[in-house]
Structures are given as structure tokens and as C-alpha cells.
Design a protein around this ligand. Structure first.
Ligand code: PA5
Length: 447
């Protein structure tokens, strides 16, 4: 089995290899702090050795629950937001057919998402779509009290019970939440839902390899064992005892910190496969919520190429030189399609005849890399041998451990998110939530 690889050759014209390697002591300190739990955030390190601690029995239990949902539902709605949503969506989209939503095949239920916005139109259209359908729900919330998710779940629970009866509904609603606290736990216990626990020491954005990600991925019909195996192999490949220069997560963390110190404040995650759009969304949350604090942190952005070369390409080529790119490059496509020859050649594309479409994509990728480097944009390249569950598992763990190391190099606690409370406090005050009377008065005085 091959591995994901990291190439920083196109960075060293901006920061030297020596500058990156000089960060080894900080990397070692970060790795040691993660292993020994000696820095702030040490109560949220359950993800660190999670892949290697997942048992066969746990996988079997997840697969059995997934099978129940697959057998009894045409649609499964996954309700969750942030870390309780993005990992599952990232993996499902990466592994699904681009046109899965239109195919309507009979390969298990359609998995759709809710609870990640408060759009009346979205929720109305969702309830309309679900009318008359045999649907189930996976309600995911670690706190069990997140407004977006709780609101969607209230609607979905009611509709499911009305359409399928309370008894059947209780068999096709699954909760993934805290072991004891929160409204989602109280409801699950009262209604007798099958439930899974999100470990206390795993934060939302690091929870994709818990049931939060694994159950929806299994319901969508993908191989969670292969995903976990990939993560497990990456856990070994990125262990602290692996020499710095061979440890791709350590090198990634060091490289991005060296670039940040050199004034590169924005990292753009680039893909050349539309299926990776939500992988970028997951990555943005992972790095943004982990590092953006104390007025520090690289801003994580993303683009889908070549699509966005026709929109953001101009900015990247010639805008303010505060960016670097990290490219996710899939070495081998899963399908085969060549450009046909055309006798008339009206479009002038016969020079491509016989070539694989992927070869054209790869030349776009190479040409873009060189152009952007020429334009002053350092380029990190992550090569993924193939888009399958095993390599996605490798990629997820690579980014998680890279994030833990990087956050500690930066000098922040990568495992809290105090900043996300501010909007909630204002929203609750504006909605007159009981307990927010003083805040309500204060905020209204500002309007
Ligand atoms: O990473 C995080 O901690 C957050 O993004 C949470 O996952 C998100 O806010 C949802 O929280 P909860 O799972 O408690 O509903």
C-alpha cells in the first residue's frame, strides 16, 4: 500500500529548507506536549490515538446500526453542525459519484444534511422533500444543545413520528451525543433511541473518526474499516519517533509556520476534483477554529480548481502577496475517459485526442503551480495515490495531527473555541431566551 506524500520543493524559494528544519525543536516540543498532555487543551487529546484504539466490535456495532437504517429508510437526514457535520459530509462527498443526488440508484438510502443552518427555506424545503418518504435521522450534537441542530431535529422528529408512527420512528432515529448531559441525551434516553457516545476528550472538529463521522459514512455505504485503517497507518507514519524530515505532518506544520512567520497569512487549500470541496470545508474548520485565536493564526481559505481559476485565479496570481497554497493532488483517477478525435476539429481540440482527461487536468495543475510560484505564491503539494476510503482516512489523520502540532508551534490552545460563543450570546439575547434578560436589555440598547 502506498502513502500520502508531502512535497515542499516549491516552498523553498520563499523560505529555505534550513528555515523550516530550524523549527524542529518547536515541533518536538509540540509532539511531546501532545503525547504527554502537558499544554493547554490537554483534556481534548482523545483523537490522538483514536484510530489505533478503535475495536472491531465498535466497527461492527456501527455497521449493524447503519444496516438497520439502510434497510428501513429511503433517506437518512444527518442533523449536525461544525464538527458534528463537516467530517461526515467531507468523506461521503469525496467517495460518492459526482451525480449521486441525481442518480436515484437503489444502493441504500440517500444521505442528506440538516441542522447546519437556520434557513427557513432550507428547512421548509427539506420537510417538503421528506413528505411521504420513509426517512430516518441521525441527530449529532456533542453538547446536545446547539440551536441549529436542535431546531432541525425538533422538526424532523415530529415529522418522522407523524409519518412513520412513534414506534418505528424510535428505531430509525439514532443519537450521537454526550454520555450523560444535554437535551439530545435526555431525548434519546426517554425515547429509547439507539445512541452512540462522543468521548469527552474528543472535540467536535477532531471527531470524524468517532461515530460522528463513521455512522453516517457507513449509512452512505462506504467502507469505514478501510477509512480507519488509513487513519491508523497515518497515526504510525506521523508518530513522534518518526524522524522529523520523514514525518509529513511534522513537516507540514513546520512549513506552514515558517511561511506564516515570513508574512504568508493565508493558506489556500486547492483541489482539482469537485468531490473534495467538502474536504476543504472540513479542513477550514479544523485549522480555523484551532488556530485563529489571540489575534494570531493563518486564515484557511479554499478553492476548487480549475473552476476557480476562472474567478479567484487572478487574485491568487497577482493580488497581495500574503498567501500560500496547499494542493491536494489525486495521482490516479478512479475512472477512465479519453478525449475523442473529431474529423472536422471545429473546436481545435484534436491535439488532445487520445489523451486522458486527467492528463489535461494534471497539466493544468502543473501549469498553475508554476505560474503561481512565479507570481510569488509558495506551493505545498500533498499527493494522494487514489480517492478511496483508505487514503481519505490517511488524509484526515494527517491533517488532524498536523493541526495539533501546528497550533502548539503557534503558541495557542488548538483544542478550544472560545470565540464561537460571542454570536450565540447575542442571538439568545435577541431571541429573549430565558436566562438572558440582562443581555437582552443591553443588546437592545445598542440597536
Ligand atoms: O468543533 C467544534 O467543537 C464545533 O464546531 C462543534 O462541533 C459545533 O459547534 C457543534 O457542536 P455540538 O456538537 O455540541 O452541537
Amino acid at each position: 500500500m502506498k502513502n500520502i506524500t508531502l512535497n515542499i520543493d516549491k516552498v523553498t524559494g520563499f523560505v529555505s529548507r534550513e528555515q523550516i528544519l530550524a523549527l524542529e525543536p518547536q515541533v518536538k516540543r509540540a509532539q511531546q506536549a501532545l503525547e504527554e498532555g502537558t499544554l493547554p487543551g490537554n483534556d481534548f487529546l482523545g483523537w490522538l490515538h483514536l484510530p489505533s484504539s478503535i475495536t472491531k466490535e465498535h466497527i461492527e456495532e456501527l455497521k449493524a446500526t447503519a444496516q438497520t437504517l439502510r434497510e428501513n429508510c429511503e433517506v437518512v437526514v444527518v442533523a449536525g453542525i461544525g464538527g458534528s457535520y463537516l467530517g461526515a459530509r467531507a468523506v461521503i462527498e469525496a467517495l460518492s459519484n459526482n451525480f449521486a443526488a441525481l442518480l436515484g440508484d437503489n444502493n441504500g438510502p440517500r444521505v442528506i444534511f440538516a441542522g447546519h443552518n437556520i434557513s427557513e427555506d432550507y428547512l421548509f424545503e427539506l420537510t417538503e422533500y421528506l413528505k411521504g418518504k420513509k426517512f430516518g435521522v441521525i441527530n449529532i450534537s456533542k453538547s446536545g444543545t446547539t440551536t441549529e441542530t436542535a431546531l432541525a431535529f425538533r422538526l424532523l422528529k415530529k415529522q418522522c413520528e407523524e409519518q412513520r408512527g412513534k414506534e418505528t420512528a424510535s428505531k430509525v432515529i439514532v443519537a450521537i451525543t454526550d454520555a450523560v448531559k444535554g437535551a439530545a441525551r435526555i431525548t434519546a434516553d426517554k425515547e429509547g433511541y439507539k445512541s452512540f457516545i462522543i468521548p469527552d476528550n474528543v472535540g467536535g472538529r477532531f471527531s470524524v473518526l468517532t461515530p460522528v463521522g463513521l455512522l453516517p459514512i457507513a449509512v452512505a455505504g462506504f467502507d469505514i474499516e478501510a477509512l480507519v485503517n488509513g487513519a491508523c497507518d497515518m497515526e504510525k507514519n506521523c508518530a513522534p519517533e518518526v524522524p522529523f524530515e520523514e514525518n509529513i505532518a511534522a513537516m507540514y506544520a513546520a512549513t506552514r509556520n515558517a511561511l506564516y512567520a515570513d508574512g504568508k497569512k493565508i493558506e489556500i487549500l486547492v483541489n482539482y476534483q469537485p468531490k473534495l470541496h467538502f474536504t476543504s470545508e472540513w479542513w477550514k474548520q479544523l485549522y480555523g477554529e484551532s488556530e485563529g485565536k489571540e489575534n494570531k493564526g493563518i486564515f484557511p481559505a479554499s478553492v476548487d480548481f480549475t473552476t476557480d481559476l476562472h474567478s479567484m485565479g487572478q487574485w491568487i496570481q497577482e493580488g497581495e502577496r500574503t498567501i500560500f497554497e496547499t494542493v491536494l493532488s489525486i495521482e490516479k483517477p478512479n475512472s477512465s475517459l479519453t478525449v475523442p478525435s473529431d474529423e472536422e476539429n471545429l473546436d481545435g481540440l484534436n491535439f488532445l485526442a487520445g489523451k486522458h482527461v486527467d492528463e489535461v487536468n494534471k497539466m493544468a495543475e502543473l501549469g498553475t503551480q508554476l505560474a503561481h510560484v512565479d507570481g510569488g505564491v509558495p506551493n505545498i503539494r500533498i499527493s494522494i495515490p487514489e480517492l478511496n476510503a483508505y487514503y481519505i482516512g490517511q488524509l484526515l489523520y494527517f491533517f488532524e495531527i498536523g493541526c495539533g502540532i501546528s497550533g502548539y508551534i503557534l503558541g495557542v490552545n488548538p483544542f478550544n473555541q472560545p470565540g464561537v460563543e460571542a454570536y450565540k450570546k447575542n442571538m439568545f439575547a435577541l431571541l429573549d431566551k430565558p436566562g438572558y434578560e440582562e443581555e437582552s436589555k443591553a443588546i437592545r440598547a445598542r440597536l
